[in-house]
Each structure stands twice: as C-alpha cells, then as structure tokens.
Design a protein around this ligand. Structure first.
Ligand SMILES: [Zn+2]
Length: 301
C-alpha cells in the first residue's frame, strides 16, 4: 500500500517537469498589422498539479512595437513569478483557515512535488493576505449591490484584544454574513472608531440597524455616525456582562461549595453511570417516543 502510494506521487510519475507551450492568443495587432515572433522564454512554474516548464512565445508588432504575451499563462502565474496563483491560495487557506504550521504546509506541497522553504511559505502567506485585502476592496461595489438586493444590511460590530495589544475591530453584515472590513486601532475610544464607521458609510451606505456590545466608545461612535438608525445591544454580550456584574459573587460561592463537596467528580461519575444505563435501554426509548408522538398509553410490564 505504501509502495503504491509512493509510486503514484506526482514526483514519481513526473520525475522531470513536463514542458507546456504558451503563445499570445492574438494573431494581429490592434493596429491591424501581422505579429512576428519576438523571442521565446522558459520558466519553471510551481502549480498545484505539480511543477511544469512554461515555454512562452512572445509576439511583436513591428509597426507600433507592442509586445503580445500569453494571457493563459498570466492566468496561471503572475509575471516575474514562479509560484502559481493556485499555490498562493492553497498556502493562504492552509495557514489561515486550516491553521497549519509552515512546516506542515511545506510537507503537503512536497507531496505535490513543490519544494518551497518555510520562509517562502511565510512570504506567500503575507502575500495572500495582501491580495485578499485588495480583492475585497475591488469587490466593494458588488458587495454593496448584493446587500442592497437583500434590502440593506445590519451592521454587527465587535472588537477583540489581548492585554495591551492594539484592538482588532471587525464590521460585518449580519444578514449576508459578509465581513465588511477590519481595522487595528489603539483603543476602543470613540475617536478611533468614528473614522472606521465613516469609511463604512462611504463604501456601503447607512445600515438598517446596528448590533454591538455595551462598550462606551462604540455606543458613542455609532450614535455620532449613524444617529437615526436602530441601535441594538447584542443579546450575548448583554447577558454575559449582566451575568458578570450581577451574579459573579454568587457564582464564586457556588464554585467554592461545589469544590468543597467534590461535587464535580461525583457529578461526573453520575453522568457516566446514567449514560451506560441509557445505552442499554435504547429500545425502550424508541417505544417511549412512539407513545409520546402517537398518544397511546404505556404498556405495563
Ligand atoms: Zn501594431
């Protein structure tokens, strides 16, 4: 099995990268004149299907000196670059969605015969974020259209930070579940949040409503930028905050009492015992469901 696996790896099947030829899709220049071969060039491209040698023929218009390159090749890999777009996306998603380490990404790419160093993986990760941000920015009008078709958007705002680190604030449409932007700000003071909301208003218009926690700065910033919209406190944050303020002393006492009587251990034992009993009585549970749904009396046994 292991031998079959090793024998069918791209590295074993294609010990030397195949040559794929590319040329300009145009035969004539935009000025109407015939194109002539200017030169050919080669480069090794690392794509998710494995590395290949791209052999590109460049064409030239002798009248207006315009050079024509292959659009197909440009769709696979950027100019002056050896790593294909699909590898860039794979690296980005592996690092930021699947939370793999650079070494794990290296290893997965090696299986596809793509050998990149950990520092190159890190560089591609940063590049991915940059392209993602640019693509998001370019998509702004389309995101706005999609939200308008939905009848507008409900703005969810939340921030996270650890210790003295800067605050990372996110704005999101609660209806379409699309992230509309992120920003790093020094603190949750209204002065820092207002420009973030003003930029949002410029790009996507005024939301139908707003949902956020009870942070003073955030509440003030929302009332300044969006004075006339419905402003809601997030249910989860409200309960968590209220729970903390009102119930913390009681929770503390309860935790202490539970510890004193080793209640957690005993509850754990009870859960295990009950689960075992339930497992052995699954047939009876089925009968009980029937009784409840069909309304028949329980048979005495
Ligand atoms: Zn021309």
């Amino acid at each position: 099995m292991i031998r079959l696996y090793n024998d069918t790896l791209p590295s074993a099947l294609f010990s030397s990268p195949p040559v794929i030829r590319f040329r300009s899709e145009e035969n004539r220049c935009s000025c109407g004149k015939t194109l002539f071969v200017q030169k050919t060039r080669r480069k090794t491209v690392f794509s998710m299907t494995g590395p290949f040698k791209a052999h590109e023929t460049l064409y030239l218009c002798r009248t207006c000196r315009q050079v024509y390159r292959s659009k197909d090749l440009r769709n696979i890999v950027a100019r002056c670059c050896n790593v294909a777009w699909d590898v860039l996306v794979f690296v980005g998603k592996s690092l930021f969605q699947r939370c793999l380490t650079t070494d794990q990404v290296c290893h997965e790419l090696e299986l596809r015969n793509i050998e990149l160093s950990p520092s190159e993986i890190e560089y591609l990760g940063r590049k991915f974020i940059l392209y993602l941000a640019l693509a998001h920015r370019q998509a702004t009008p389309r995101i706005e259209q999609a939200m308008n078709r939905n009848g507008g958007y409900i703005l969810h705002l939340d921030a996270t930070h650890e210790g003295d680190a800067p605050v990372l604030m996110t704005r999101m449409d609660g209806l379409k579940q699309i992230v509309l932007g992120n920003v790093k700000i020094p603190s949750e003071h209204a002065d820092h949040i207002v420009p973030f909301l003003e930029q949002l208003q410029k790009n996507y218009g005024t939301p139908i409503a707003c949902v956020h926690d009870m942070g003073t700065g955030l509440c003030k910033a929302v009332s300044l930028v969006f004075p006339d919209i419905r402003d809601f406190i997030c249910h989860f944050h409200f309960l968590r905050d209220a729970g903390k303020d009102l119930l913390e002393p009681s929770y503390g006492q309860l935790r202490k009492d539970l510890q004193k009587h080793s209640a957690t251990t005993r509850l754990g034992d009870m859960i295990r015992d009950i689960l075992q009993r339930i497992d052995s009585q699954t047939a009876d549970a089925g009968q009980l469901t029937n009784v409840i749904t069909e309304g028949h009396a329980v048979e005495n046994r």
